[in-house]
Design a protein around this ligand. Structure first.
Ligand code: PHB
Length: 359
């Protein structure tokens, strides 16, 4: 039997029953006030616990880390209690779940920030588009560039968030350094114009990420820490002058951390339609640990990539929104439910916990 999505695998301290990962998905359904996970979220994750690993949705490490209405946090006691309902539900079903730790940086709005302050970023560069606030969509604003003295404070927030995640029963954490949020804003040169130790060369731009990884690894053990990167994703106005070289450096350096896994957003479109010249195989070959691929995979393309050793596991996003029993469906190559985009963000059970499983 060739290695497939159904072959068990070990990633750091995690022993997975299959290689089908539920990607982190922002659904904006935490309990208000306080951005607290609750029973509705526990039901949603319980339904999906047959995944080899669930990466729970991006979760702000501090009030400043928030960029969308109704996303959950992991800095208050109430949030830890709320998340415990989620992790207990998943563990009761025999699943594994890690929490994605998030600071959005400039992808926010005063209305979502503590004290109605401006969002923060490596540099004062505004992005196009609108923030999702409790009063509807509002144009993004020009963020404030972080002072050097604020960086250790944010690193501390990552450290506390990782400790809180374990208190809440999570099996580990994933550092979100993808998709144009704070750590990615430091990494890529289109969003980082700093002239201090955190800007300029890729060595400097990656410094913040490595300091965060060192802090959370020291706090909970590197075998419980994963990392998500998206070298080419233009989402949130992201650009980089030479992603192939810059991310080769990042991945080379990652090897010294012995992380549980590296999770890469390779594209936002179906694999078959991807004509990008970026070579993810090179990144994969440079990385010595477990590699999770994400982006537009199907059952067939995922199995093909795993068999060819281009990745070890595959994370599925939209298919998991619409198919709580995605694993069972993949097992028999059953048809999939289609996701309803209108219910992705906010609301209640509709489009969240009411997608049908197979009979
Ligand atoms: C989103 O809410 O659109 C979103 C959140 C986190 C991501 C990507 C997209 O990493």
């Amino acid at each position: 039997m060739p290695t497939s999505l159904f072959t068990p695998v070990i990633a750091g301290s995690l022993s997975l029953k299959n290689r089908i990962v539920m990607a982190p998905l922002t659904r904006s359904r935490s309990k208000q006030p306080g951005d607290i996970p609750w029973e509705l979220n526990a039901t949603y994750y319980r339904q999906r616990a047959t995944a080899g690993l669930i990466i729970a949705e991006a979760t702000q490490i501090s009030p400043q880390g928030k960029g969308y209405a109704y996303t959950p946090g992991i800095y208050s006691d109430e949030q830890i209690e709320g998340w415990r309902k989620v992790t207990s539900a998943v563990h009761e079903e025999g699943g594994l779940i890690v929490l994605q730790l998030w600071h959005v940086g400039r992808v926010s709005h005063r209305d979502l920030q503590p004290g109605h302050q401006l969002p923060v970023a490596p540099s004062a560069i505004k992005i196009e588009g609108n923030a999702f606030t409790e009063d509807g969509f509002k144009p993004y604003e020009t963020p404030r560039a972080l002072e050097l003295s604020e960086i250790p404070i944010i690193i501390d927030h990552y450290r506390s968030a990782a400790i809180n995640a374990l208190k809440a029963g999570f099996d580990g954490i994933e550092v979100h350094a993808a998709n144009g949020y704070l750590l990615d804003q430091f990494l890529r040169d289109g969003s980082n114009l700093r002239a201090d130790a955190y800007g300029g060369s890729i060595e400097n731009r990656a410094r913040f990420l490595f300091e965060v990884l060192a802090a959370v690894s020291e706090a909970i053990g590197p075998d419980k820490v994963g990392l998500r990167l998206s070298p080419t994703n233009p989402f949130n106005d992201m650009t980089d002058s030479d992603p192939q070289t810059h991310f080769a450096y990042v991945i080379e350096q990652l090897n010294r951390f012995n992380l549980a896994y590296l999770h890469i957003v390779e594209r936002m479109i179906p694999v078959e339609e991807d004509h990008s010249t970026f070579d993810f195989d090179v990144l994969r070959q440079h990385f010595k640990g477990v590699y999770i691929a994400n982006g537009g995979y199907t059952l067939a393309s995922a199995n093909e990539s795993i068999a060819a050793k281009r990745c070890d596991l595959v994370a599925f996003g939209k298919p998991f929104i619409a198919n709580p029993d995605l694993v069972a469906r993949f097992k028999i190559n059953a048809p999939l439910n289609e996701p309803d985009f209108d219910t992705f963000y906010g609301g209640g059970e509709k489009g969240y916990t009411d997608y049908p499983a197979l009979k």
